[in-house]
Design a protein around this ligand. Structure first.
Ligand SMILES: Cc1cc2nc3c(=O)[nH]c(=O)nc-3n(C[C@H](O)[C@H](O)[C@H](O)COP(=O)(O)OP(=O)(O)OC[C@H]3O[C@@H](n4cnc5c(N)ncnc54)[C@H](O)[C@@H]3O)c2cc1C
Ligand SMILES: *[C@@H]1O[C@H](CO)[C@@H](O)[C@H](O)[C@H]1NC(C)=O
Ligand SMILES: *[C@@H]1O[C@H](CO)[C@@H](O)[C@H](O)[C@H]1NC(C)=O
Ligand SMILES: *[C@@H]1O[C@H](CO)[C@@H](O)[C@H](O)[C@H]1NC(C)=O
Ligand SMILES: *[C@@H]1O[C@H](CO)[C@@H](O)[C@H](O)[C@H]1NC(C)=O
Ligand SMILES: *[C@@H]1O[C@H](CO)[C@@H](O)[C@H](O)[C@H]1NC(C)=O
Ligand SMILES: *[C@@H]1O[C@H](CO)[C@@H](O)[C@H](O)[C@H]1NC(C)=O
Ligand SMILES: *[C@@H]1O[C@H](CO)[C@@H](O)[C@H](O)[C@H]1NC(C)=O
Ligand SMILES: *[C@@H]1O[C@H](CO)[C@@H](O)[C@H](O)[C@H]1NC(C)=O
Length: 629
């Protein structure tokens, strides 16, 4: 039997088997643990800054070690790391390896499950490697029925994964990667759309099972202005799990709309919007305190009093950059209902009938005037604390549809009906005879639903719309013309009107999130249906050029705007300021001070320009070796 490192014995075993037990002091990596395996020794950022290329394993070569290199750690070293993490080290093959006749994992029944049923289950979300944006991995092992003649390779997937359930395992992984010049990545649920959750030739810290939860009825934020109910959450908790806990305590924990997202990994480090954004602010505004494993391997607290630089950067300054959050303390709000009034109107086709009552018209002028009128109603919606969800969709053959959901937290159905009436009156006067049914209402935390997910293979871009531009008649007209152009060109224009102001966010401590959010009245995605999986790299590049060309007029019409880094084009022009605004330079300084080694790296995050992935083609994937530039 393998030897059990002594820090995994005795009393500290309980938190490990029950998930993150919030007793970090008991389960932290101690100096005595390192005595038996020096590869997991802590780093010293101060020394490293003095001589960044002469610390850690002795030197920092131009590239991270790759499995084909002599510098790649030996099997024995990986096996010792496995002991240090209590046997939680995985060396997984891509999930779809079961579809490849020339793979040792080939299994026709398992492949059939992937192709028929996996997307309606949590299979992919519980897989240690899978990310939901397949092109970002390099698309080197797609699930397919006939893979004759093709080979499944690891591509942009990590080589090893630590399936973490304790702080100590996270620390051991960070130290091992830093000391061996191995690329480190962090994956939580895999929702990131540009590959910030993957990396070729890497060790991955998989935070999915850091699932702790504790309700704190009376919490006082150290050095901050919050005093009241809060919750302590493991960073692997998904939205549906956070909601279930919140419902149990009859409170509200603000979280993303998609129930399978990780609320306390990518969502809070990227910004985090929700249907409650106009009422309670962004994800970053929910955070009161963080427990973080930094690049030196140490576990630290970050709050307005301690490590304020990390507290700033980790709230909106990008995931996978400054450290690995193991748990967070977040605000708990009183229970609130989410009330939704929905309708759809369609030009020239009866095909699309959701959500809500649907009407079909034949007057194109009326349709596009109605399209503008719905977006104009974004202002009253956000001013009433709401979140206006819309989709403009091209149905083909000259048909278009506009799907609308006014999500109004805290209103009763009767109040929501009254609220939406002026918009319906405007649309009716244009010749669009829309009506609504009685708005639905649910306790926000009671939302549940199917938890399925499967990788997709397309790209998109986005924009944040400042109020000053949106309320300027000239610029609004230009914005609507640009939005219409995306729909006419076959893209989906997905609007989310919200106003996550400082006031809504509760005047929380300064945050690294792009300040443009504070004056925003909409964030919108422009989704491309172009399938990168079946295209040549040149065709994929041409598709990106077409998408970016359509974004140009939207950017011009929204001076002072930006883009939401979590729903974004990784090739966004001047992504530094588009994603992080005026905070960018400060975030880079924090990154350099906290991680002089470059332990953490992910595309389009602060300081990431110093490195690049050497990809086999022009698609900006994680399939390749990470090198300094
Ligand atoms: C279908 C869908 C719907 C979405 N809806 C919304 C929405 O309603 N609102 C919204 O704001 N966003 C939404 N998003 C975007 C989503 O919030 C981001 O993709 C987010 O980054 C996901 O975080 P994750 O931790 O679940 O995913 P991952 O992809 O696993 O991680 C995302 C990033 O965070 C890093 N990270 C994860 N955990 C940690 C940690 N503990 N410490 C440090 N870094 C970490 C990862 O390395 C990666 O860079 C949606 C995305 C999808 C695909
Ligand atoms: C790590 O150890 C566990 C338990 O002994 C074992 O099941 C697992 O296969 C090991 N991982 C690797 C990558 O060898
Ligand atoms: C897929 O699900 C259907 C029911 O939805 C079931 O009948 C079928 O057996 C499942 N197939 C596999 C391969 O699991
Ligand atoms: C599978 O793919 C190969 C190579 O693309 C092709 O020659 C063959 O006809 C395909 N078989 C089936 C059953 O589709
Ligand atoms: C990861 O760890 C969790 C918690 O111990 C366990 O339930 C799960 O099966 C593990 N996953 C893999 C792929 O080993
Ligand atoms: C839940 O909280 C709401 C809002 O604070 C309150 O009105 C309601 O009475 C509470 N319900 C229970 C069962 O405590
Ligand atoms: C089409 O709708 C516009 C806007 O409501 C209206 O001015 C115009 O008269 C309509 N045209 C027809 C033919 O009904
Ligand atoms: C909140 O929603 C529930 C149904 O989920 C409903 O019973 C309740 O009346 C609603 N509360 C308000 C204030 O509308
Ligand atoms: C609207 O924007 C345009 C273009 O930026 C600007 O010239 C004009 O002064 C603005 N109008 C108002 C009323 O602010």
């Amino acid at each position: 039997m393998r030897s059990i490192p002594f820090f995994f014995t005795g009393a500290i075993l309980a938190p490990l088997v029950s998930g993150l037990g919030f007793t970090e002091s008991d389960v932290s990596l101690a100096d005595r643990d390192i005595a038996t395996f020096e590869d997991v020794a802590f780093g010293d950022a101060v020394l490293a800054k003095l001589s960044p290329r002469n610390t850690g394993a002795g030197s920092s070569p131009r590239c991270k070690a790759f499995p084909t290199d002599n510098a790649w750690p030996s099997e024995q070293k990986w096996s010792k790391l496995n002991e240090s993490v209590g046997g939680a080290l995985l060396k997984p093959l891509p999930a779809a390896a079961v579809c490849y006749g020339n793979s040792p994992a080939f299994n026709a029944a398992a492949c059939n499950f992937l192709l028929t049923n996996a997307s309606s289950t949590t299979f992919y979300l519980d897989d240690p490697l899978t990310i939901l944006s397949q092109w970002a991995q390099g698309n080197t092992c797609p699930a397919a029925r006939n893979t004759t003649g093709s080979t499944c390779t690891q591509g942009g997937f990590p080589v090893y994964v630590v399936n973490a359930t304790s702080v100590k395992q996270v620390q051991a992984a960070v130290n091992f990667a830093r000391n061996n010049n191995v690329r480190l990545v962090i994956k939580n649920t895999g929702h990131d759309s540009v590959g910030r959750n993957a990396g070729g030739g890497s060790l991955s810290v998989w935070t999915h099972y850091l699932k702790g939860f504790e309700f704190l009825p009376q919490y006082t934020q150290p050095g901050g202005n919050y005093r009241g109910p809060a919750a302590r959450v493991g960073s692997g908790l998904q939205v549906f799990e956070a909601f279930a806990n919140a419902e149990k305590y009859n409170v509200t924990l603000t979280a993303a709309s998609c129930l399978t997202i990780g609320s306390y990994g990518g969502w809070i480090t990227g910004g985090g919007h929700s249907p409650l954004a106009s009422k309670f602010g962004l994800g970053v505004d929910q955070v009161l305190s963080l427990q973080v494993v930094t690049a030196d391997g140490r576990l630290v607290t970050a709050d307005p009093r301690t490590n304020e630089d990390l507290f700033f950067a980790l709230r909106g300054g990008g995931g996978s950059t400054y450290g690995i959050i193991t748990s967070a303390i977040v605000k708990s709000h009183p229970q609130i209902n989410l009330t939704i009034a929905s309708f759809t109107f369609t030009l020239g086709s009866t095909a699309s009938t959701t959500p809500g009552p649907a009407v079909t018209i034949t007057n194109s002028t009326a349709f596009w005037k109605g399209f503008d009128a719905v977006f104009a109603y974004g202002i009253p919606t956000v001013d009433a604390g709401g979140y206006l969800w819309t989709n403009g969709i091209n149905l083909g053959a000259g048909s278009f549809t506009m799907q609308t959901r006014a999500q109004m937290p805290g209103l009763t159905p009767a109040q929501a009906t009254t609220f939406i009436q002026p918009l319906l009156t405007t649309l009716n006067a244009l010749g669009i005879p829309v009506t609504i049914d009685t708005p639905s209402t649910v306790v926000y935390s009671s939302q549940r639903g199917p938890l399925g997910a499967a990788p997709g293979n397309s790209r998109f871009a986005s924009r944040i719309f400042p109020r000053a531009a949106y309320q300027n008649a000239t610029l609004f007209a230009a914005t609507m013309a640009a939005a219409r152009a995306t729909v006419e060109a076959g893209y989906v224009f997905h609007g989310l009107n919200m106003a996550p102001t400082y006031k809504a966010g509760g005047f929380s401590a300064p945050a690294g999130v792009n300040p443009v959010w504070r004056t925003a009245v909409m964030h919108a995605d422009v989704f491309d249906s172009f399938n990168i999986g079946t295209a040549t790299p040149a065709e994929a590049t041409a598709a990106h050029v077409r998408l970016d060309a359509l974004m140009g007029p939207l950017r011009v019409a929204t001076p002072g705007g930006g883009a939401y880094l979590n729903e974004a084009d990784v090739q966004e022009p001047d992504w530094q300021h588009s994603f992080y605004g005026s905070n960018y330079e400060k975030l880079v300084r924090i990154k350099r001070a906290r991680d002089p080694w470059g332990v953490f790296w992910a595309p389009a995050t602060p300081g990431s320009e110093s490195w690049a992935v050497q990809t086999p083609n022009e698609i900006p994937s994680q399939n390749g070796r990470l090198c300094r530039v």
